[in-house]
Design a protein around this ligand. Structure first.
Ligand SMILES: [Zn+2]
Length: 48
């Protein structure tokens, strides 16, 4: 994954103070859960 520190510059544009650090979290399902369960959910939402 490439460096995403540019996110601090983007956030800084809308904040008058000084951003000194940030935390990024990712949530999701693993590959096997995705293939077992995700496909049916994705198919269901794709129609709406
Ligand atoms: Zn899983």
């Amino acid at each position: 994954m490439e460096n995403i520190d540019y996110i601090m510059d983007t956030a800084q544009k809308n904040f008058g103070g000084q951003i000194e650090s940030y935390t990024t979290m990712f949530f999701g399902v693993c590959e096997s859960c995705r293939s077992e369960q995700g496909l049916t959910k994705l198919a269901a939402t794709a129609d709406s």
